[in-house]
Design a protein. Structure first.
Length: 162
């Protein structure tokens, strides 16, 4: 389990878990170079949010991660927990065939998409997003738990078939 306080030896285990709140750092100087440097810190797989190919769990909560990326080698991943971030799109997870739990609670996702290949999903949490239509869930035959609390639904498609 990787934690900011872990030793280097402990950082070599198979699970990445970091939970904290991160705010945009400011040195009182509002130049765009400083802000841009901070924005690059909010990328999954970077120095601040490391991922390892052997990870079975990746968990970053409230880290202002902007996109799901840099996890192409994480084929053993079973849980991807990215709650309270600023992710706008479900993407780059189609290769995660072992993924059982996907938690994207409290992000900025507007559409349920790109989950067709994740047929082993058992838990899907898309609560507190900006989703307007329940769709593209019909291939998730193993889905047992679905959270869609506090979205802005206008249309539900193929929901009964679950």
């Amino acid at each position: 389990m990787i934690n900011r306080e872990n030793t280097e030896e402990e950082n070599k285990t198979n699970n990445t878990t970091i939970q904290s709140n991160v705010a945009l750092e400011s040195n009182g100087n509002n130049n765009s170079g400083h802000i841009e440097n901070n924005i690059t810190k909010f990328i999954l797989g970077g120095d601040k949010h490391p991922v390892n190919d052997d990870d079975e769990v990746i968990e970053y909560i409230g880290e202002r991660i902007r996109a799901i990326e840099n996890i192409s080698g994480c084929t053993k991943l079973k849980k991807l927990l990215l709650r309270r971030n600023v992710i706008k799109k479900i993407e780059n997870i189609s290769h995660l065939e072992l993924l059982e739990e996907l938690e994207l609670y409290d992000n900025q996702i507007t559409k349920i998409e790109n989950l067709e290949s994740n047929t082993n999903l058992v838990v899907l949490d898309l609560s507190y997003n900006l989703i307007k239509k329940v769709e593209n869930l019909d291939t998730l035959l193993n889905l047992k738990v679905l959270y869609l609390v506090e979205n802005h639904f206008k249309k539900v498609i193929n929901f009964i078939s679950l």
